[in-house]
Design a protein. Structure first.
Length: 337
């Protein structure tokens, strides 16, 4: 009887311990620009492990206290990032060699591309379409893989010899087109929604409409195609048919210039966001290529970046793949004037 009472006391103590949460002082807001200027960008949070999507209920805390916590799954080297219509954060992780899906509605982290025809080796770009299908480029297999919203393999894009290093990928749902950046072929290949090849945009060079190791891509208003022309140190913009429209950017280490441009995205006001992995920041330009603001600096703290890569914007939330901090950093565009 004494043993039972003792066990009950121990269990009660564990339950009480599990229910206690020590709340420290609230963390200060991190915004850009600093006061007295009106803030335009605000750091929201980071996502890095399966713990970030778990629902931490009272009984979950009790279970962890009694049985011990399971091994935490961390991002290893996030490269591309995208948020789909279900508000899942999709991350191509070159360290895991898989697509990691942070599902906040179902409170779980899943790995896609682990077996079968949809197997991934070194995923890079990721996007989705209006039906919820997910598209992932694989630079090790020189193909793009298309999954259903549930993660089932549907089909692959890229017959032998088509790609040399497919990286960025974007979908224009209205036109029914898939745009895939081929970094080593120095162009953008365009396909229909069944994966049938249509045409290429660009070739290697430094002239208008030419590329030198392009990487990421985003679709803007009127279907305009924005391509990060990484080693020409600029962004180029085309119409949906591949006609050159505009460019901005030069090499340098001053604000508004590029050194290692990577991810790109467009907010609700048409502003263009470009990650620079060398500067460890994100620069924001208007639709005429004029610099408006930049945010981020090298570091491991809240809002800092270390070798960032992919970027995606959904509902004015800005998601950045922060490679050497092993996380996805989330910021919010607070609006212009």
């Amino acid at each position: 009887m004494g043993k039972i009472v003792g066990l009950a006391i121990v269990l009660f103590a564990l339950v009480i311990t599990a229910s206690i949460s020590w709340a420290g002082p609230p963390e200060p807001d991190i915004v850009w620009p600093l006061p007295p200027e009106k803030p335009r960008i605000k750091f929201i949070r980071s996502v890095s492990t399966d713990k970030d999507v778990e629902k931490r209920t009272f009984w979950k805390k009790v279970k962890d206290t009694l049985l011990g916590k399971k091994v935490t799954i961390w991002l290893k080297k996030p490269y591309g990032v995208h948020v789909d219509k279900k508000e899942r954060i999709l991350v191509t992780d070159t360290g895991w060699g898989k697509l990691l899906v942070f599902d906040f509605h179902n409170n779980k982290l899943s790995f896609w591309g682990t077996e079968g025809e949809g197997l991934l080796y070194k995923p890079a770009g990721v996007t989705s379409d209006s039906t919820g299908n997910i598209y992932v480029t694989d630079i090790a297999q020189n193909r793009a893989v298309v999954y259903s919203p549930e993660g089932d393999f549907l089909f692959a894009i890229g017959k032998k010899g088509r790609f040399e290093q497919p990286s960025g990928i974007a979908v224009n749902d209205e036109l029914g087109r898939i745009y895939i950046v081929d970094t080593k072929k120095h162009h953008v290949s365009v396909f229909d929604m069944k994966g049938e090849y249509l045409f290429d945009i660009g070739k290697r060079g430094t002239g208008d409409g030419e590329f030198n190791f392009p990487t990421f891509i985003a679709i803007g208003s009127e279907g305009k195609v924005h391509v990060v022309d990484t080693f020409n140190f600029r962004v180029q913009i085309f119409d949906p048919e591949g006609k050159f429209v505009f460019k901005f950017g030069t090499i340098g280490d001053m604000p508004g210039q590029f050194n290692r441009a990577k991810g790109i995205g467009i907010d609700s006001e048409g502003n263009i966001y470009v990650v620079d992995a060398a500067f460890n920041n994100v620069q924001i330009f208007n639709d005429e290529g004029q610099l408006l603001l930049f945010f981020g600096k090298i570091g491991r703290g809240r809002g800092d970046l270390w070798l960032p890569a992919g970027l995606h914007i959904r509902n004015d939330l800005i998601y950045v793949a922060d490679q050497y901090n092993y996380r996805i950093d989330i910021y919010k565009f607070l609006g212009g004037d």
